[in-house]
Design a protein around this ligand. Structure first.
Ligand code: 5HY
Length: 244
């Protein structure tokens, strides 16, 4: 089985970290191909950054050729719906995957993400997925995404402190880490806090394997139908669906 894992930002060290976490979670027979677009923001922190990553996601999907499943490795599930329109294989978002798996092991969970500006998009997704009632709170740890790539930063300490508050104040029975860049922290933080801590990358890889193994494909009825053929103007001409 071959799974394409797309980090939508352009920070290759984070792509490498995500790739390692994905391969560690995958079955031995699964090949993980981790990529990121060459154009776009180095980190996705809020709605404006999100707007500039979707063409890059679609371009990486086209460049990869045939795969058994895709993972969108940005916790906001940025571009997930557009990617599903472009694909027949399953497309799994790390946020959606982590939310669903958290509901299987806990009555209620809290999310610990990076900055406050990222919280509304995550809250919106929880409502969109019908899981808002299972999430006690979406918390920001006041960590910039790229601080997670800096060994000398106090990112891990700040994430851990926010997890402690979530367990103490929210009654969170499990924690979902709200950034792909936290993928390497889940196991240690779970041991430290004595609650399940879920990393969306690992969750998405296992759900991608499961859906592909069941032969489930993205439905082409309704919203995820292939885009209609049309010619896109200007810089977006290469993305023209159906040859344009
Ligand atoms: C992510 N940003 O998973 C999100 C998390 C966030 O560059 N990768 C990013 O802070 O919204």
């Amino acid at each position: 089985m071959r799974i394409l894992v797309i980090n939508p930002n352009t920070t290759t060290s984070m792509t490498d970290k995500i790739g390692r976490a994905a391969q560690a979670a995958a079955s031995p027979a699964t090949q993980i191909v981790a990529v990121n677009p060459k154009d776009g923001p180095p980190s996705i922190e809020g709605y404006f950054d999100e707007a500039f990553v979707v063409p890059g996601i679609i371009a990486e999907m086209a460049r990869a050729g045939a795969v058994d499943a895709y993972v969108i490795a940005c916790f906001d599930d940025t571009g997930l719906d557009a990617a599903r329109c472009a694909a027949e294989a399953p497309v799994i978002g790390i946020g959606e995957a982590a939310f669903h798996l958290a509901t299987l092991i806990a009555g209620k969970f809290s999310v610990v993400t990076t900055l406050a500006r990222s919280v509304p998009a995550i809250e919106h997704n929880l409502s969109k997925y019908g899981l808002a009632s299972r999430c006690a709170k979406v918390r920001a740890s006041d960590v910039a995404v790229l601080d997670l790539e800096s060994p000398g930063s106090d990112a891990r300490r700040k994430v851990s402190a926010e997890i402690a508050r979530a367990v103490r104040e929210d009654g969170a029975e499990a924690i979902v880490l709200g950034c792909a860049g936290m993928a390497d922290l889940a196991h240690a933080l779970s041991l430290e806090h004595g609650v399940p801590v879920l990393d969306g990358v690992a969750c998405a890889v296992k759900l991608a394997e499961a859906t592909a193994a069941l032969g489930l494909r993205t439905s082409k009825k309704g919203g995820y139908a292939f885009p209609l053929a049309k010619r896109f103007a200007g810089h977006y001409a290469p993305w023209s669906p159906g040859g344009g």
